[in-house]
Structure formats: structure tokens, C-alpha cells
Design a protein around this ligand. Structure first.
Ligand code: LMR
Length: 400
């Protein structure tokens, strides 16, 4: 039975994580996986999360099953974060939410829904993207194609090419957009560009799927939702796959959500019955703990404020690291791009698309024990005070 199963290639991100763990070198540095750590290198438990966990432990909610679509109060706070308080589409019942195991779980539930009910649809994915996107949609039987997004020569969004490619979308296709902090490039559309993108998707009769894993890691919680809200103003149907892994530091708790916006409440509620089917046949019902924590924090003004302050601190540190890395490279006479290193500061989110070649990435790992993703993506949120200088020195050495 198993002899004929061929070996799969290691995952480009989680596979590196395993190689990193197994590496015996003392000074090794992991800048591959998107996990935030503080200046001392600790992966944080946010104070608001710890406080919510204490309160949860006291009232001990037990270990029973959640409903298939998860906690209702979690769905409510998710929708408020995505759409803003009191958004008419929520009042009109046009949005339903399924609590899912992480953003990946939300994407897979979306893929299963489309794979069952939109057979033959193509899902259009940005080039480049988070590598797992392809497998998630193909695994549900859907075809995938890419649209041009990033222009490496100018280190910016290639809007003209993107809009040109979106013209090839057919009615019933879906297009996967990164809501903010594009992974891996850190390059996001402006409000005016979002409008053009949303109009192109609408004109094609395609469904926008917004992967929204980094809300709050760009310019702020509300600011980062601007693109999504522009899409909602233009496209009548949208799916949002969101996650609290990063902004709550709840990586292992798998607190994500799939929110489906339909043209009216009846359609949304009917779609929910099929979303339930996708969940039930996949993992039955979602894990409880992370969602309970998020629901408690976001529905308690004092905890919510505490969390927002901590999120701002995390972002502040990331901006600081971007600046320090740029300066350190400038000082060493390293130019990662023909126009200099300013892009490191203008890109948003946890990552910078460094422009390092595959060979340079390999040398960083082999000779210096510095692990970054093969595409040249560096997790700047993983650069601590102690490793900034060795990382800059190593980059200088492999570039020169
Ligand atoms: C990343 O891109 O590093 C994160 O989203 C973690 C993951 O699951 O790949």
C-alpha cells in the first residue's frame, strides 16, 4: 500500500523550521517562519491573553464540543474587527462566520466550499505568495493560476500587470487577495489601487477571497482593514479568511475564521449550512481555547485596550528593526536593491522581501547558520538586538 507513495518535498517554511531545530550550531538564527519575538528573542504571551486565560480558568468553561461553526460571540467580534463596529452588512445579516483552526483552516474550508459548489472554478493567486496557498486550493480539486503582483525591479506593486491579468478571470472564478502586509513582499495596494482591483474583480464576475492574517501589523487595526472595506463597498460577495495567530500571538491555538458575505441574509444563511458541511467532514468542529481567549479580550474594554497597546508595541518594535537593519546594511555598503535599502522600511508586516538570490540564501544558512525562506523573505520580527549585527555582517558577506 505505502511502498508506491512518493516522498513529498519539505514545506518551504515549516520544513525549514525542522531543519533549523535539528541544526546543532549554537549561533543559528531563525528568520524563516513568521513568528514575532521580542528584542530578547522570546516568543511573547501577550498580557491581555494571559489575563483572559486566568479568568477563563476560574470559570472553567469545560471541554465540551463547540457548535460546528464555533462560538457565536467569537463570530461577532471577528466581524466587528473586519468590518468595523455597526457595519450595515452585519446588521442586515449578510455576513456569517465559521470559527476555523487558524487562517489555514479558514482557507481550506473556503477551498472545500468552492471545490464542492463551484467545480471547474480557477482560483487566481498572486505571484509571489505564501507557498501553501496553492496546495490548499488544489487539494480541494480547484485549478490555480497566478496573476502578476510584485515588480522586483522597482520593488513595488505592478498594478498595470495585475489588472491586465485579472481581465482573464471568468465568471465564477475566485481571486485570492492579501488584505494587508502581503506575504512575502510586504507591498500593499493604496486605497486608490484597491478600488481599481475591486472593480476589476467585480467586472469579471469573480469572487474575492481576502486572506487577512496580519491585521494590525501594518498601519493599525482600522487602517489595515481599509482594502477589505473598499472591496466590500464594490463587490457584493466576499470571503474573508482571518487569523489571530499573529496579532494575538496565539499561533498554536489555531484561532482563525472564515467569514462569508453574501448579497442578502437568506443567501448567507443557506451558505452557512454548506460551510457547516465543509467543517463537519473536515475536522467536525473547531478547537475552543484560542477562540474563547479572543472573544473574552475583544468583548472586555479593559482587556481590549491592553491588547491594542501590546499590538502597537509589537508593531513599533518591527518598525524599529526595519530601520536598524536598513542602517546596518547601509553602513556596510550593502545595496540589496539598485535603488538602495529604503524598501526595508516601507514594506509592511513581519516580512521583507530582501532580493537575496537562492544561492545567497543557501550561503546564509550553510556558512552563517541564518535561516530565511528560499524566496529571500526575511522575518524581520524575528531579528533580536543580539542578532542584528551578525545578520547584517552575514548578508554583507554573501552579497559582496
Ligand atoms: C509564515 O508565512 O511564515 C506563516 O504564515 C507561518 C506559516 O504557517 O507558514
Amino acid at each position: 500500500m505505502f511502498e508506491t507513495i512518493p516522498a513529498a518535498a519539505p514545506d518551504p517554511i515549516l520544513g525549514l523550521q525542522a531543519t533549523f531545530k535539528a541544526d546543532p550550531r549554537a549561533g543559528k538564527v531563525n528568520l524563516a517562519i513568521g513568528v514575532y519575538c521580542d528584542a530578547q528573542g522570546k516568543t511573547l504571551s501577550l498580557k491581555a491573553v494571559v489575563e483572559a486565560e486566568k479568568r477563563l480558568l476560574e470559570k472553567h468553561p469545560g471541554h465540551g464540543y463547540l457548535p460546528i461553526e464555533g462560538l457565536a460571540e467569537y463570530g461577532a467580534v471577528v466581524r466587528e474587527m473586519l468590518f468595523g463596529a455597526g457595519h450595515p452588512l452585519v446588521k442586515d445579516g449578510r455576513a456569517i462566520t465559521a470559527q476555523c483552526p487558524g487562517g489555514t483552516g479558514a482557507l481550506r474550508v473556503t477551498a472545500d466550499l468552492l471545490g464542492t459548489h463551484r467545480k471547474g472554478a480557477t482560483v487566481w493567486i498572486s505571484d509571489p505568495t505564501w507557498p501553501n496557498h496553492f496546495g490548499i486550493f488544489q487539494g480541494a480539486g480547484l485549478a490555480t493560476k497566478t496573476y502578476r503582483y510584485f515588480d522586483a525591479a522597482s520593488n513595488s506593486l505592478n498594478l498595470a500587470a495585475m489588472l491586465e491579468d485579472l481581465k482573464a478571470l471568468k465568471p465564477g472564478d475566485a481571486v485570492l487577495l492579501h488584505g494587508c502586509c502581503h506575504n512575502p513582499t510586504g507591498v500593499d495596494p493604496t486605497a486608490a489601487q484597491w478600488k481599481q482591483i475591486a472593480e476589476a474583480v467585480k467586472a469579471a464576475g469573480a469572487l474575492p477571497i481576502v486572506d487577512f492574517a496580519y491585521q494590525g501589523f501594518g498601519d493599525g487595526l482600522e487602517e489595515d482593514a481599509a482594502g477589505l472595506r473598499i472591496i466590500l463597498g464594490i463587490c457584493p460577495e466576499v470571503i474573508v479568511c482571518s487569523s489571530f495567530s499573529k496579532n494575538f500571538g496565539l499561533y498554536g491555538e489555531r484561532a482563525g475564521a472564515m467569514t462569508l458575505v453574501a448579497a442578502n441574509a437568506d443567501i448567507a444563511n443557506t451558505a452557512l449550512t454548506q460551510v457547516r458541511m465543509a467543517v463537519r467532514t473536515n475536522y467536525s468542529n473547531p478547537p475552543a481555547h484560542g477562540a474563547r481567549v479572543v472573544a473574552m479580550v475583544l468583548s472586555n474594554p479593559e482587556l481590549k485596550q491592553m491588547w491594542q497597546d501590546e499590538l502597537k508595541q509589537m508593531c513599533g518594535r518591527i518598525f524599529g528593526v526595519r530601520k536598524a537593519l536598513r542602517q546596518a546594511l547601509d553602513q556596510r555598503g550593502v545595496k540589496l536593491h539598485k535603488d538602495g535599502n529604503a524598501f526595508i522600511e516601507t514594506q509592511r508586516g513581519m516580512f521583507t522581501m530582501s532580493g537575496l538570490t537562492k544561492a545567497q540564501v543557501e550561503r546564509l544558512q550553510k556558512e552563517y547558520g541564518i535561516f530565511i525562506v528560499g524566496s529571500g523573505r526575511i522575518n524581520v520580527a524575528g531579528i533580536t538586538d543580539a542578532v542584528l549585527v551578525p545578520v547584517a555582517d552575514a548578508i554583507a558577506a554573501v552579497v559582496k
